[in-house]
Design a protein around this ligand. Structure first.
Ligand code: GTQ
Length: 347
């Protein structure tokens, strides 16, 4: 979009455009270079949501509506370049979900895949197809496409997690379905920890046949992730741009844990000053530990624990940490990669 006003169209062209417009036909040459731009032309803007700002609003929402009435009591994190469209990036949705002690968010299922990244509190559960998992801060949990899921909080403290869903992507493809079960809460049909025992120990059931592209391991506890990063930080040297960064994978395939959303955890060593980096997947970060800065386009975003920030496609940015820091992140990278679209650039 340029600020320079367009010269008036010669009358003959204008008349031609008006004529073909009646039949929903329009000339490519008027739009070619905004359609096919030299580099990504994303409406997504960089932004940071401070926990200190949103946490009181999340608790306030808890006084205004119950989880049952709301179905999901969530404050959506809307990208400032995409207001009113329920998107944190052009392709993904993010929101902070609250569940108070004693509450249940009723079961439903949808085509959209969801991730939960636990931000605050401990002891609530999410149930996926009848198997409950109790959530702790830093845990990454998957609700695969079209699986029944409900959430409940038998603990004595409010719990907040970051939801990441592929809503805009599924909407673009017009492939969305949603259903409620006849009964309110799904029955617990499997033993807690069953999928972790089957898939969480670098082993698989000997006769396992993947039924979907989503990881059959739907709980990636922070304890394990953190221990892996701590060991790497002692032994390996950090990448100049992103420190020690691991991706969550589907243990049955080696591919990304979710087919539509890439999920990552990285450790930035104490005093880390990352070199500039960019990639075509606009990325949402949730800060687990530590404090630092994300610098992009002449702006500095100072982050601390439980903050969420977003970096748009192809904008070079740097990450800096004061003490040691740990960041969770998610993006549409696996979709871009499988379509041969994903690009990155260091420096
Ligand atoms: O927990 O199932 O933030 O269906 C948005 C839609 C959470 C959920 C969201 C959902 C959910």
């Amino acid at each position: 979009m340029s600020a320079v006003p367009k010269p008036a169209l010669p009358a003959e062209r204008q008349a031609f455009y008006a004529k073909i417009d009646q039949a929903n036909v329009t000339p490519l040459w008027e739009v070619l270079h905004s359609l096919i731009s030299a580099t990504p032309n994303t409406p997504c803007k960089p932004y940071l949501w401070k926990w200190a700002t949103v946490h009181p609003w999340i608790l306030e929402a808890g006084k205004l509506i119950t989880a049952k009435e709301a179905e999901r009591r969530v404050l959506i994190l809307e990208n400032p370049g995409l207001r009113g469209r329920s998107r944190v990036t052009h392709s993904l949705y993010a929101g902070l979900q609250l569940i108070l002690p004693g509450e249940v968010a009723p079961a439903h299922r949808h085509s959209q895949s969801a991730l939960r990244f636990i931000v605050h509190g401990q002891g609530a559960y999410t149930a996926v197809d009848g198997e409950r998992v109790t959530m702790s801060p830093g845990d990454f949990i998957i609700t695969p496409s079209w699986t029944w899921h409900d959430h409940g909080n038998p603990s004595s403290e409010p719990m907040v997690w970051l939801d990441g869903l592929d809503i805009a992507l599924v909407e673009l493809l017009d492939a969305q379905f949603f259903e409620r079960p006849p009964e309110e809460a799904q029955h617990t049909t499997r033993t807690a920890g069953e999928s972790f025992a089957s898939f969480g120990n670098t082993m698989l059931p000997v006769n396992h046949e993947p039924r979907s592209r989503t990881s059959p391991l739907f709980w990636y506890p922070y304890e394990r992730t953190r221990a892996a990063l701590a060991t790497l930080a002692k032994s390996a040297s950090p990448h100049a741009c992103y420190g020690h960064k691991l991706k969550f994978v589907n243990p049955a395939t080696g591919g990304s844990a979710m087919p539509t959303i890439g999920t990552f955890m990285q450790l930035l060593p104490q005093g880390f000053r990352g070199k500039p980096y960019r990639s075509t997947d606009s990325t949402v970060y949730s800060v687990v530990e530590g404090a630092g800065r994300m610098k992009v386009g002449g702006e500095t975003f100072a982050w601390g624990p439980k903050d969420t920030f977003v970096v748009p496609s192809w904008m070079p940015y740097t990450l800096e940490a004061d003490g040691e820091a740990v960041l969770f992140s998610f993006s549409d990278r696996p979709v871009q990669a499988v379509l041969d679209l994903w690009r990155e650039q260091e420096g």
